[in-house]
Ligand binder design. Structure first.
Ligand code: ADP
Ligand code: MG
Length: 557
């Protein structure tokens, strides 16, 4: 920052830093934001295409998922990062709608650019956009459809809509059934925690072979072949520790003077291990899941007792086993009682596609489930997994909120019309911003049409006239190009997908528009492809403060 002090400029910035101010800063940020939106646009909707990303180590990701694309791409501009954050927020809050949110944010910036060129002030634009977003949220709530959490059919349709156009599409019916069952099973009085739905990806077989285990599946073998591979009506113990004699006790320096002494040590150790196993036997454990190792001798004793044991069980798996069976993990076996045990009708080692897994099933109230996803190759399964995650997100959101909207561009066309009406009631130049917002929303139906190889203008004209005629659920059939009733078609999305997208997209656009000064501690170039590791963090971190600063300056002007 250089300020005139007499005729000596006062230099407060280091020589390496780069500063972009005023219209240049605005324009740079808008270009960066638009570029991000443009990069995901072609993936939107049922006919959206996939992208293949290859990272510097040669890892390949093939995906259609907005947030995955943006996080896998090496995005290196602070303004672009803010648009990526829109996708990330959307992913965290709803789990779907990431591409739409980013595309809308990009379009809001594009429309803003036109108004800025007409000398509409950024602050006016920001106010207009915020008013429009608030009005849009209200309008969406008005047309939202109530969904009962017991309405299986509509929940499955919502799950299926989220999978449309993704790798999972072929097996949509089966997968949406599994997703709805999974979400319902894990729901409890505290709500729905996605963590309780584990996804086990198995390469081999077809997607149609995917299944839901109401219980827990862990990709491990029993620790010894002498143990049973199946236990019926099993009392389940979880040991948060090891079935070993503490290392330090053996490692301690001991001067063994005669062979008897060594023998004594070994016997002592064996006795300790036997005692641990006896403690488990005494309380009646049939299946034991251990966080750390199990000594060979302990394995031997456990096998003798017909106990199935698994070692090095992941923490997350142990949590799910506890939740599904009702077991309480114990860290010291001296404390174990019958009350710590859980129950499963069946604990069994089974093979899927050549690999052994332990299934803990037939539990009274599962509360934790495992979705076994099958597919021909790893890349295929990974993409199915991403679609499933979206699907789980929308079903969870719908059960939580009980409100959905018709999809296929219907809400955006409706909103666009409603906001143009609303703009008339907004005085001054904000009116122009509200109108720009209304236009921007049409980017969704327009892009759905474009990606389906349809004429976007024709499609929009038809959609608008249907909405004008009162058909609030009229959307675009991406397969035929017709304007159809999306409710009748069963294309539904949770209300929150749209309200969250509008909110994040508006906030990100407004934040970028209000910045009139970008000061970077180094080079700042949109098309800079050097692998400067410090770049994203450096200016990105600085930008957080910049937003506020730009805002302040905007207000002063
Ligand atoms: P996002 O990351 O935004 O969820 P998608 O590629 O999943 O992006 O596309 C979502 C859009 O596709 C939404 O506007 C949704 O309504 C629309 N859509 C989904 N299924 C259909 C369908 N069968 N017909 C028309 N539009 C659909
Ligand atoms: Mg989606």
């Amino acid at each position: 920052m250089a300020q005139q002090m007499g005729n000596q400029p006062l230099i407060v910035l280091s020589e390496d830093s780069q500063r972009t101010s005023g219209k240049d800063a605005q324009s740079m940020n808008i270009q960066a934001g638009k570029a991000v939106a443009e990069s995901v646009r072609t993936t939107l909707g049922p006919k959206g295409m996939d992208k293949m990303l290859v990272d510097s180590t040669g890892n390949v990701v093939v995906t259609n998922d907005g947030v995955t694309l943006l996080t896998e791409m090496d995005i290196d501009h602070p303004a672009a990062d803010m648009i990526v954050e829109v996708a990330e927020t959307q992913e965290d809050e709803v789990g779907d709608g990431t591409t739409s949110a980013v595309v809308v944010a990009g379009e809001l910036l594009k429309r803003a650019e036109e108004l800025l060129e007409q000398d509409i002030h950024a602050t006016t634009l920001a106010q207009g956009y915020r008013q429009a977003a608030a009005e849009a949220t209200k309008a969406l709530e008005d047309v939202a459809i109530d969904v009962d959490e017991d309405d299986t059919e509509i929940l499955r349709q919502i799950a299926a809509t989220a999978m449309t156009g993704k790798g999972a599409e072929n097996a949509r019916d089966l997968l949406s059934e599994l997703v709805v069952d999974a979400v319902r099973t894990v729901a409890d009085e505290d709500g729905i925690d996605d963590e309780n739905i584990a996804v086990e990806k198995v390469v081999g077989g077809a997607i149609e072979n995917s299944e839901l285990v109401e219980g827990v599946l862990i990709s491990k073998d029993r620790v010894s072949e002498n143990m049973p591979y199946f236990v019926e009506d099993a009392n389940v113990a979880i040991v948060d520790g090891a079935l070993e004699v503490k290392e330090t006790e053996i490692d301690a320096e001991v001067n063994v003077t005669d062979p008897d002494q060594l023998q004594q040590f070994i016997e002592q150790e064996e006795a300790q291990l036997k005692e641990m196993v006896d403690q488990l036997v005494d309380v009646g454990a049939d299946a034991v899941f251990v966080d750390k190792g199990i000594d060979d001798m302990a394995q031997h004793y456990l096998a003798q007792e017909g106990i199935l044991a698994v070692r090095r069980v992941k923490n997350s798996d142990a949590k799910r086993i506890a939740r599904a069976t009702g077991a309480t993990p114990v860290s010291n076996l001296d404390d174990i009682t019958e009350d710590h045990l859980g129950f499963a009708g069946s604990v069994a080692q089974k093979e899927i596609a050549g690999d052994d897994h332990i299934f803990i099933e037939d539990v009274e109230d599962a509360k934790a489930v495992t979705l076994i996803l099958r597919g021909g190759t790893e890349h295929v399964i990974d993409e199915v997994d991403r679609a499933i995650e979206d699907s789980i997100g929308v079903v969870r959101t719908t059960i939580e909120d009980g409100k959905v909207l018709a999809g296929g561009g219907a809400p955006e066309v409706g909103l666009s019309l409603a906001l143009r009406d609303f703009a008339d009631s907004v005085g001054g130049r904000e009116q122009l911003a509200v109108e720009a917002f209304a236009d921007a929303l049409e980017v969704i139906p327009r892009t759905l049409a474009e990606n389906a190889g349809l004429d976007p203008i024709d499609s929009l004209v038809e959609l608008r006239s249907a909405h004008d005629g009162g058909d609030t659920a009229a959307g675009l059939d991406a397969y035929t190009g017709d304007t159809i009733d999306m409710e009748g078609e069963g294309v539904y999305e949770p209300l929150r997908i749209k309200t969250q997208a509008l909110e994040s997209a508006t906030e990100a656009a407004v934040m970028l528009l209000r910045i009139d000064d970008v000061i970077a501690a180094g080079d700042l170039a949109v098309s800079d492809d050097d692998d400067d590791e410090e770049m994203p963090g450096g200016p990105g971190g600085g930008m957080g403060g910049m937003g506020g600063m730009g805002g302040g300056m905007g207000g002063m002007m």
